[in-house]
Design a protein around this ligand. Structure first.
Ligand code: DC
Length: 231
């Protein structure tokens, strides 16, 4: 059967990665969480103390980009891949609030985006991939056969994120999570390079009122139709 490229974009905490993983498993495609790559670079900057008020463009981080090697390793027990930074599995650590608070600042930098987009295109060159992020349908794979743009209200997303963080044992407060979501929405959609926006040919799904199963059925149907049409 012919393989296609599926791009899933949308605001943070819309559940993109859940549906992207489900889809990749059902189709036996590779799943790539592009946000994990921006998060890993952010973690590198935090660990190496590269944040500095006198260096808002993070030029020290940009200079160290060649030292940062990112890859994904599939865990059969989990059924998806986790990200490695210089060989270390950092998949859990990159989801912490400390990283969430700073990642948008890293994602505005052109040199970082260029490096990560190159890696993303290379991973997807043989198709058979589901990738989620902010600019997958617009910049990384503008020719993707299926593009999906997922939205949900900020309150619904903050509630989901809050519960997820609590479940992982992080001490968070709901207002703080909501503030982080609104702030990232603003930065992600107003940045100069590759701002978050719906590709013209993307199918928009608002999942505020959908449960995970309903959303998956919808997306799987779209994927199967697109695969058939591309035969
Ligand atoms: O999907 P996420 O919340 O893990 O993404 C983390 C951050 O990375 C988000 O604030 C925006 C940025 N990002 C991006 O700019 N481009 C992508 N393709 C994926 C994520």
């Amino acid at each position: 059967m012919s393989k296609i490229t599926i791009a899933i974009d949308g605001f943070s905490s819309t559940g993109k990665s859940t549906v992207a993983r489900q889809l990749a498993n059902a189709l036996e495609y590779i799943y790539v969480d592009s946000g994990a790559m921006y998060r890993a670079v952010t973690l590198y900057a935090i660990r190496n103390k590269l944040y500095d008020e006198k260096d808002p463009g993070l030029q020290r981080l940009v200079a160290q980009l060649p030292e940062i090697h990112l890859s994904f390793v599939f865990d059969p027990r989990l059924g998806y891949s986790e990200i490695l930074m210089n060989g270390e599995n950092v998949d859990k650590e990159i989801r912490r609030m400390e990283v969430s608070d700073r990642v948008s600042q890293v994602a505005v930098i052109r040199e970082i985006r260029e490096k990560l987009v190159d890696i993303q295109r290379d991973i997807g060159k043989d198709k058979g991939i589901v990738m989620d992020g902010r600019d997958i349908g617009t910049v990384v794979f503008p020719d993707a056969e299926l593009k999906i743009f997922i939205t949900a209200s900020p309150d619904v997303r903050a509630r989901r994120r809050y519960e997820e963080l609590l479940g992982r044992g992080e001490k968070v407060n709901y207002e703080e999570v909501l503030r982080n979501i609104r702030e990232r929405d603003y930065i992600d959609s107003h940045r100069e390079f590759s701002p978050l926006k719906k590709a013209e040919d993307a199918v928009e799904i608002d999942n505020s009122e959908l449960d995970i199963g309903e959303q998956f059925d919808k997306v799987l149907r779209l994927a199967k139709e697109t695969i058939e049409q591309s035969l």
